[in-house]
Design a protein around this ligand. Structure first.
Ligand SMILES: *[C@@H]1O[C@H](CO)[C@@H](O)[C@H](O)[C@H]1NC(C)=O
Ligand SMILES: *[C@@H]1O[C@H](CO)[C@@H](O)[C@H](O)[C@H]1NC(C)=O
Ligand SMILES: *[C@@H]1O[C@H](CO)[C@@H](O)[C@H](O)[C@H]1NC(C)=O
Ligand SMILES: *[C@@H]1O[C@H](CO)[C@@H](O)[C@H](O)[C@H]1NC(C)=O
Length: 194
């Protein structure tokens, strides 16, 4: 699985970095995340997890996540989190990655992957606390600066480029209970987002 491979490579880079002045022309490395779009997979479906979120450009330099989330069943560890992604091809068009990152214990997995970003989300959506499970409710945010989402536990080193990530929440029978898509652009730390 690619995510595992990247962790290994990350270790490798940490090893070689102190010895060489590493100016990567490699298509992979530490990145900054530009969040392009956020939208539901299928807004006509009546999912138990309803995401009404969007990105709002607040100022020239600040973009925030706004909106609300309604969950009709608790988000707990009986659920599975299923993340699959496509990358933007050099000749255009999305190329599906055959790897799907599936984690059991959905709530704890998202909490661990999210790291500090999870703490921000639970706090700024006024979720009672950052523990699992997340109780049933409608949670509203007045706006979260997207920079806060860069403080996560996803791999810190990855291939530069544009990605479309599909996040699905499934129950034990594999039924999709919620689905949201985020499009991101991983750029070199010194690159300008535009
Ligand atoms: C959506 O699901 C909820 C909870 O199961 C139900 O109460 C509601 O009637 C459903 N709405 C539609 C349009 O199917
Ligand atoms: C949630 O967001 C949707 C879409 O922006 C909006 O229509 C709805 O009124 C919001 N619900 C609440 C409870 O804020
Ligand atoms: C990823 O999820 C999307 C949306 O459900 C689906 O169309 C696509 O086939 C999935 N890709 C893989 C590799 O499972
Ligand atoms: C978190 O909130 C839930 C729901 O309000 C509560 O049952 C639980 O005890 C709280 N956990 C902690 C560690 O505060």
């Amino acid at each position: 699985m690619i995510i595992i491979k990247v962790f290994v490579l990350h270790g490798f880079f940490s090893l070689i970095q102190p010895h060489t002045h590493f100016m990567p022309n490699l298509p992979m490395g530490e990145y900054r995340t530009v969040f392009d779009k956020l939208y539901p997979c299928d807004s006509t479906r009546n999912y138990s997890f309803q995401f009404n979120n969007y990105f709002n450009k607040k100022t020239a330099i600040i973009t925030e996540l706004k909106g609300n989330v309604t969950i009709l069943i608790p988000f707990d560890d009986t659920l599975t989190l299923d993340i699959n992604f496509s990358s933007w091809g050099s000749t255009g068009g999305w190329i599906p990655n055959s790897n799907t990152y599936i984690t059991k214990k959905g709530c704890s997995a998202l909490k661990n992957l999210g790291g500090n970003a999870w703490l921000t989300v639970t706090k700024d959506f006024n979720i009672p606390n950052a523990s699992c499970p997340v109780p049933v409710g409608t949670y509203i945010t007045s706006g979260i600066d997207l920079k806060k989402f860069e403080d996560h536990n996803f791999p810190k080193v990855y291939f530069y480029g544009k990605y479309k990530l599909v996040f699905k929440v499934k129950n034990i029978e594999g039924k999709v209970l919620g689905c949201e898509i985020v499009e991101v652009n991983l750029i070199r730390p010194w690159e300008k987002p535009f």
